[in-house]
Design a protein around this ligand. Structure first.
Ligand code: O7M
Length: 211
């Protein structure tokens, strides 16, 4: 039910944190900072060292052909899921879904999301219900929006919520509102004792989620 957002640059640090906390998390999310800092092969290494599923958070937002070219290489190194933006349209999203499992962004957690992305959530939910990705991203900073999305989303599609901890969202509130997974970055990897930080969050939410 906890996804570690491993947004550090250094390979050794990333592997150590992931191994330290692996007992308390379900998956590791790799974003651009780690890929830029350590190379794409970090996905394979993390998967081998932890045995966990790896989400490649590329937030792909390009034309279908470019999305496909990028996604192919990332699935090849072992990514289990790739995160794609919905606003580029169905063809771009499907280009990735045709070659692997995807997670679609339907809303974001930061203040700026209110400007352009979040007003389109209803359309993104509609698209997700049609495309049936593994999951969607909803804001852990706004539990009422998680509830809104859960009520409209096909029940088989998981909800993953970032924004827990450093951005102000509360783990248990997000889960109670309908999140299947909470995504946590700085509250774990910037902690003096990442394993203990992960354990605390795990204890807080265990029993509430099936993720
Ligand atoms: O817990 P944090 O704030 O240190 O990290 C949150 C992670 O979630 C970080 O990797 C962000 O890029 C990501 N994220 C958001 O914070 N907000 C969003 O709306 C969406 C994401 C995300 O994971 O999108 C797929």
């Amino acid at each position: 039910m906890i996804i570690l957002a491993l947004d550090v640059y250094e390979r050794d640090r990333a592997l150590k944190i992931a191994e330290d906390v692996k007992d308390y998390i379900s998956m590791v999310k790799v974003n651009w900072p780690l890929i830029i800092g350590s190379g794409l092969d970090i996905i394979r290494e993390l998967k081998e060292r932890t045995g966990l599923k790896i989400i490649a958070d590329l937030k792909l937002a390009d034309i279908p052909n470019t999305n496909r070219l990028i996604a192919k290489k990332v699935y090849e190194v072992g990514a289990d899921y790739i995160i794609v933006h919905s606003f580029v349209g169905k063809d771009s999203v499907l280009a990735v879904k045709e070659i692997g499992e995807i997670i679609m962004v339907v809303e974001m957690s930061h203040p700026g999301a209110l400007e352009f992305i979040n007003p389109l959530t209803d359309k993104f939910i509609e698209m997700a219900n049609e495309i049936k990705p593994f999951g969607v991203i909803a804001p852990g900073t706004r539990p009422e929006r998680i509830k809104y999305i859960r009520e409209r989303l096909n029940g088989e599609i998981k909800i993953l919520t970032p924004g827990i901890g450093a951005q102000g969202g509360k783990a248990l509130e997000a889960i109670k509102a309908g999140a299947d997974y909470i995504i946590v970055g700085r509250a774990i990897y910037s902690s003096e004792n990442p394993r203990e930080a992960a354990r605390r969050i795990y204890e807080e939410v265990k029993g509430w989620s099936s993720g």
